[in-house]
Write a protein of this length. Structure first.
Length: 290
């Protein structure tokens, strides 16, 4: 009797310990640190000064860049993988297995390696890939990473190349759970392929879409390594590639202002949480079932 009562707690204990050690404790410590000025061997309570210092143009640009990057990745990394998944799920599609493998390979590539390759592709030299393409059309070489618009284009292309296959596999797994009888019944009723896609496929893939939406928001707002590698450091021209995490890295590690960096981290955590709660509310995840 005693063992049957304690067994559930024993099984749950490893999760509770790991949650407390690797999540709860760091978050609580970061919250406390955000109200302090932390110097080597000296810790001083400064109240809300770190949060007041966040009201500056550089942090505002970091927020704008992160939000813009997140929105642009959502625009391309949700509908495009969905369409590709539907195409590759069709038995009439030749070479389906090969395409699935090829599309997933970029996700296995280190982001450091990928960022370096894309930096060379969008480089200033005449021999870089993008400038070579411009040369084919008789255009002059362009400094892609020195301009805000084309620099962001490079970031979005990198994200598309890296995560398109992953999101496609999420949707393909969801397609396997849709009963074929639904499509057969729709075909008998005279529904076109587009009608079946719009009225059956998309509604049935709603849980997968919500999941992809959630992880894409988190990935977009926490993006740092891609920008760091693309500009070969955390100092892009006019901060065109500066993100919230990049600003945290600059303040907390490069300038050794750990308290201020902790405040940036807490703002990022709250910002991400609020955005995800809004999108979950929009998708009706908090609605009670009838």
């Amino acid at each position: 009797m005693h063992s049957s009562r304690t067994a559930p707690y024993v099984f749950v204990l490893p999760f509770l310990l790991s949650f407390a050690l690797f999540f709860a404790y760091p978050v609580i410590s970061t919250v406390i640190m955000s109200f302090q000025e932390v110097l080597p061997g000296i810790t001083t309570y400064v109240g809300l000064e770190n949060y007041k210092d966040l009201i500056n143009p550089t942090f505002g640009k970091a927020i704008l860049n992160s939000v813009l990057y997140t929105l642009l990745t959502l625009v391309v990394l949700i509908p495009l993988p969905l369409v590709l998944a539907v195409l590759l799920n069709s038995p009439k599609m030749p070479g389906r297995g090969l395409f699935r493998s090829v599309m997933f390979i970029p996700a296995l590539t280190s982001v450091v390696v990928a960022g370096t390759i894309f930096r060379l592709m969008f480089g200033e030299l005449d021999g870089s890939l993008m400038n070579s393409l411009l040369g084919v059309f008789g255009l002059e070489p362009y400094k892609w990473l020195m301009n805000a618009n084309t620099g962001f284009l490079a970031l979005i292309v990198l994200a598309l190349w890296r995560w398109l296959g992953v999101n496609m596999l999420y949707y393909m797994s969801g397609l396997q759970n849709i009963p074929p009888e639904l499509y057969e019944a729709a075909q008998i009723d005279g529904a076109s392929r587009f009608d079946s896609f719009w009225r059956i496929t998309i509604p049935m893939l709603k849980p997968v879409t919500i999941y992809v939406f959630t992880i894409s928001i988190y990935a977009g707002l926490s993006m740092f390594t891609e920008s760091y590698m693309l500009w070969n450091g955390n100092n892009s021209p006019n901060d065109i590639g500066l993100t919230i995490v990049g600003y945290l890295y600059r303040q907390g590690l490069e300038q050794n202002s750990m308290g201020f960096g902790a405040a940036v981290g807490i703002v990022l955590l709250v910002f991400t949480l609020v955005l995800n709660l809004i999108q979950l509310k929009f998708f009706g995840m908090f609605r009670k079932e009838d």
